[in-house]
Design a protein around this ligand. Structure first.
Ligand SMILES: *Cc1c(COP(=O)(O)O)cnc(C)c1O
Length: 198
């Protein structure tokens, strides 16, 4: 089980404090805010991992390809293609998770479950990227565990199709238990680490 410390809205100083306490992987939702922290903590380069977990628009892909280690929120081929093209050759491949709209809520980003396998194969074939797995934000409530389990089933389908995926990015402060029960490999925890966001 990997722990992604979600540092959105908290200052670089809070990230440094968590780093000093042993956290190594940090999740940011907003590109500009994330880039500012990457820059503020440039002395940690090579020892810290930056994950983009929020939506990514195509006009923001270049700095993300250049500065982040992971993107969890890819849900269209065009974004993946731009990241592949813009990832510097001097860096290791950018790690990618496909975001799935597992609750089917109209307001949520992510691919429909039925479209996941096709995009996974396309992304796996792109240079400079490494497809690691799937990410989702299930809807809280009585149906949450079933959504976590549906994500785990999709993840198994990708493996059965021969894709070398190893990451199921599932679970936040409020639904960690369901996510872990279902088979999450990476929980994204913000408020339970940094405190309530203002
Ligand atoms: C904010 C956020 C988290 C962390 O949420 P907490 O409830 O603070 O643990 C995890 N994943 C995503 C996509 C988020 O936007």
């Amino acid at each position: 089980m990997q722990l992604l410390a979600v540092s959105k809205t908290f200052p670089a100083a809070a990230v440094r404090e968590a780093f000093d306490a042993g956290a190594r992987a940090f999740g940011e939702n907003y590109v500009q805010e994330g880039l500012a922290k990457v820059e503020a903590l440039v002395d940690l380069r090579g020892r810290i991992e930056w994950h983009l977990i929020g939506p990514l628009q195509s006009n923001k892909t270049r700095p993300v390809a250049e500065q982040f280690d992971w993107v969890h929120s890819v849900d269209r081929l065009k974004i993946a293609e731009r990241l592949a093209e813009q990832r510097p050759h001097s860096l290791p491949p950018l790690n990618i998770c496909l975001q799935v709209n597992i609750s089917g809520e109209a307001s949520k980003s992510g691919l429909a479950p039925a479209d996941v396998a096709a995009l996974a194969h396309q992304v796996a074939a792109l240079p400079r990227l490494r497809l690691r797995g799937l990410m989702a934000v299930p809807e809280p409530g009585p149906g949450a565990l079933a959504q976590h389990q549906a994500m785990a089933a999709l993840f198994e389908t990708l493996k059965a199709e021969g894709l070398a995926v190893d990451t199921l990015s599932l679970g936040m402060s409020a639904d960690l238990e369901d996510a872990i029960l279902a088979g999450s490999t990476m929980v994204r925890v913000g408020s339970a680490i940094f405190g309530a966001r203002g």
